[in-house]
Design a protein around this ligand. Sequence first.
Ligand code: NAD
Ligand code: ZN
Length: 405
Amino acid sequence: MSADKCKGEKVNGHVGCYRQQFSVAYEYPVHFSHDLFNPENPLLRSVIEVEEEQRCHRALVYLDDGVVDATPGIMKKIESYFSAHPGLVDFVREPEIVPGGERTKNGWNMVQKIMAAIGGNHLCRKSFIIAVGGGSVLDMVGFAASLVHRGIRLIRVPTTVLAQNDAGVGVKNGMDEHGMKNFVGTFAPPWAVLVDFDFLTTLGHSYWIGGVAEAFKVAIIKDAEFFEYLCSHTKELRARNAAVIEEVVKRCAMLHLEHIRTSGDPFEFGSARPLDFGHWSAHKLELLSDYRIGHGQAVAIGIALDSYYAWRKGLIREDELVRIVTALREAGLPVWDKLLGLAEDDGNLTILKGLCEFREHLGGQLTITLPDGIGKKIEVHDMDTDLIDDGIKHLCRLSSDGTGG
Ligand SMILES: NC(=O)c1ccc[n+]([C@@H]2O[C@H](COP(=O)([O-])OP(=O)(O)OC[C@H]3O[C@@H](n4cnc5c(N)ncnc54)[C@H](O)[C@@H]3O)[C@@H](O)[C@H]2O)c1
Ligand SMILES: [Zn+2]
């Protein structure tokens, strides 16, 4: 910890300033596994046991209702895990089922219930909250966990492709408030992330392939080799090949982790948000469609649109644009939706409002990330709306049946 004295002139009662500065290193493991709650699997045990602490901890488990419905016996299995490991935790109530999906991030009901349970069951800061579910449940439970005692240890067990390769491995959470997605939230790195690939087998297909869109996103701007891998495995991805999705989830999660670790801005103080490539229009499309279009599907359309733009700006070649769009479509992701063509009374495309909203969310200057060749990125601070319009027409023409799928 260091503090440099800094001289201040005595002006208008200002008598000087002491500049406070310190940094804190964060560390958490992200494990990839199968059959996490099989009592024979030592992984969960290993992250709860803290050698230096030599004590039993309390724990509460929260479970996404979509996972419970799709995985009969999961409640019993989790309970059996703790019974099979006596002394691991000195208190664990039966897992609490929470609503899955975006609705769980709407309103503070569940957050208050979790806070009350933490208090009522006398969990201290060193106790554990174990959240098992999709990105929405991880966000909501993570938000509650970050508030009580100013942060209680959170173990995330992500159960969707998106949660395993993106939402669940990072350092933040979010709740929908004030009519806006993720309007409220905190930066709160987890204690550990335990990815169990077996959960993916029960996931609905649109969520399954939707998560793959985030892999395309990060590959196009950060990793040309990974992009090649995705392009050459689109059919396997569409067919839900287990080995291929595991590889994709791992590589994508690594790229997200690397970005958080090396970007110099893990807590997003700056205006650049490189991992939001393709997202300015995606967020708007989700909203305009009243969430008919899933996040991953909207991201695929956003990637296609911004890639077209990058081609017109000379940032990528035409054959690279064709590869991106073809691979997305081969994987079963859309590259166009009729809502892209929706216009306001003044004739302007409604989707363009997404640019203003994106700028507002970033807090100042508009910063859009585009590919600069495959595997590299560039930031631009304004967008030519005529080119976006051309892009929308181009993608519409491509989708011969008019659906873009
Ligand atoms: N905090 C972050 O850094 C971050 C990053 C990206 C996205 N997110 C958030 O993640 C959320 C989206 O998460 P998501 O795509 O994981 O979807 P989701 O959490 O909304 O879940 C989608 C549906 O799948 C169900 N489900 C979950 N796991 C299942 C399984 N294994 N089998 C069957 N059904 C299952 C859920 O009950 C739900 O109905 C959004 O709210 C988004 O804002 C957060
Ligand atoms: Zn996303």
